[in-house]
Design a protein around this ligand. Structure first.
Ligand SMILES: Cc1cc2nc3c(=O)[nH]c(=O)nc-3n(C[C@H](O)[C@H](O)[C@H](O)COP(=O)(O)OP(=O)(O)OC[C@H]3O[C@@H](n4cnc5c(N)ncnc54)[C@H](O)[C@@H]3O)c2cc1C
Length: 453
């Protein structure tokens, strides 16, 4: 049986800031079906683009060619109980994966703060959580299966250093990933401690906070000296699970962090001068709390207020200076910012296009409510982080092009060589990839896809 195909409707991402109209949508169920679709499209000069959950803010997943929905290639395919290696279909959502792993006594070593993304979408853009001794989700990849531009099905393992270096954060530029093998760890409980602190105190004790906690992050409320600090740590063997009560979760996570926050943002849209006062109140509204729960329950929070986001990785030592410069910029500008600035940390890795390549990073993420113009704020912050060797998250808004990125990624040209080998005719290209990797073709020039930015 062949994969199901249908005529496409307009596709839009979660942030409502990227959209495109594919020529058709296909739902392949096997690697061979993906290969057939790629060969047929390439023969007729069409582009192909797999899409995950549309949770990238950039137009990295947009296409006017054939859109592949990967939901037919989902679920756990193989488990090696000795090594903890688990092979999953590329389209498996993290939301489905976490409880399925838990049922096997396993877990991902680290996670970001939401779970609707697919495993392939999250890893293609280098999705990460926080933890100075831990890498992003991509750091857990020990192998993957990839359908390349000529329809070949290739198995990528650490034995092929070039393919392995390039394909784990592949940006969707090297082919269609059909399965991923992840090194999982035994299920673990995390003790979560969350409390408001002065930003001055956070920065004063930063190294200890980052190094002495397994997962440390904080949210700074612009226009104020207030921050919400989160420390998540593994607990000793035998510790009992003590999850948040349903009432506390409903109040803090649903009502304050989402319901009230939506209202705060609507008010902020009309009464911009109220934002500093609203941020003072928000910075105090979430009181201290502690609980102990399974890792994936602690990592993930509901995010119902729609926003746009830009996130840059900067060398960890540059963080205090970068935050001071952002504070000064906001004070001197007309901008009012109701969303907290999110700050996280990660260990270096060896993945060529990962923001963590060969560098211990702090991550600075700025957000703006979806009904407000994000550009002046993001441009102001981007000018600052660019001066500190900032590397943008591939799935979040930024304006860098291939020349600027080449200077930030030592293996950039090696990645392009692998791309020339795997996708010489640019079957997997789109306008975003033309910008960030260069529009050049291995054998001739191709134009960008006509999609919105
Ligand atoms: C509310 C929200 C919270 C977020 N939180 C975090 C966070 O905590 N940490 C973080 O780092 N990021 C975070 N992100 C960003 C998000 O994790 C990334 O943008 C991720 O790529 C989204 O995954 P997706 O499945 O939606 O992929 P999509 O956005 O749909 O696609 C991303 C890229 O992956 C490619 N792709 C998808 N499937 C395949 C495949 N099978 N083969 C090859 N390429 C493929 C697509 O072509 C595209 O290039 C967040 C985003 C949102 C909207």
């Amino acid at each position: 049986m062949s994969s199901t195909t249908r005529t496409a409707e307009r596709w839009t991402n979660w942030g409502r800031c990227a959209s495109s109209t594919p020529s058709r949508v296909a739902h392949p169920r096997t690697a061979d079906e993906v290969a057939e679709i790629v060969r047929t499209a390439a023969d007729s000069g069409q582009r192909v683009k797999p899409v995950g959950a549309g949770h990238s803010f950039t137009s990295i997943a947009a296409t006017d060619g054939v859109q592949l929905r990967m939901d037919g290639l989902a679920g756990i395919q193989h488990v090696d109980h000795e090594t903890g290696y688990v092979t999953v279909g590329a389209g498996t959502s993290l939301h489905d994966l976490n409880p399925a792993l838990h049922a096997l006594g396993l877990a991902l070593p680290n996670m970001g703060d939401v779970d609707p993304q697919t495993v392939s979408g999250a890893t293609a853009t280098g999705t990460h959580g926080t933890g100075a001794r831990l890498q992003g989700i991509t750091g857990a990849i020990v192998g993957l299966q990839l359908v390349t531009g000529d329809g070949s099905v290739v198995t990528v393992t650490p034995d092929d250093a070039a393919l392995f270096g390039a394909a784990r954060v592949g940006l969707g530029a090297l082919g269609v990933v059909t399965a991923i093998t992840l090194a999982c760890v035994p299920s673990f409980l995390l003790h979560a401690r969350e409390e408001p602190m002065r930003l001055t105190d956070v920065l004063g004790g930063l190294d200890a906070l980052v190094d002495e906690n397994d997962h440390f992050e904080f949210y700074w409320f612009p226009h104020t000296d207030r921050a919400l600090v989160k420390r998540n740590n593994r607990v000793p063997e035998g510790t009992a699970r003590k999850p948040l009560s349903k009432a506390r979760f409903l109040f803090d996570d649903e009502i304050v962090s989402n319901g009230v926050f939506e209202i705060v943002n609507r008010v902020a849209t009309r009464q911009r001068s109220w934002v500093p006062r609203l941020n003072e109140i928000s910075g105090r509204a979430l009181s201290a709390r502690e609980y102990t729960d399974w890792s994936y329950e602690v990592f993930v929070s509901p995010r119902r207020v729609r926003f746009r986001e830009m996130e840059y990785a900067i060398p960890r030592a540059a963080l205090p200076e970068v935050l001071r410069e952002i504070d000064t910029w906001i004070d001197a500008s007309d901008e009012t910012v109701s969303f907290p600035v999110e700050v996280r940390f990660a260990a270096p890795d060896d993945i060529w296009m990962s923001t963590g390549y060969d560098r211990a990073n702090a991550y600075v993420a700025v957000h703006q409510y979806h009904q407000m113009d994000y550009r002046p704020y993001f441009e102001g912050v981007e000018a600052i982080v660019k001066e500190h060797q900032g590397r943008p998250h591939w799935g979040k808004l930024h304006t860098l092009d291939a020349d600027a990125l080449r200077a930030r990624y030592p293996r950039f040209d090696d990645f392009l060589s692998v791309r020339d080998r795997l996708d010489p005719h640019r079957t997997f290209a789109n306008a975003y990839l033309d910008r960030v990797l260069g529009g050049g073709h291995a054998s001739a020039n191709v134009s960008g896809a006509t999609v919105s930015a």
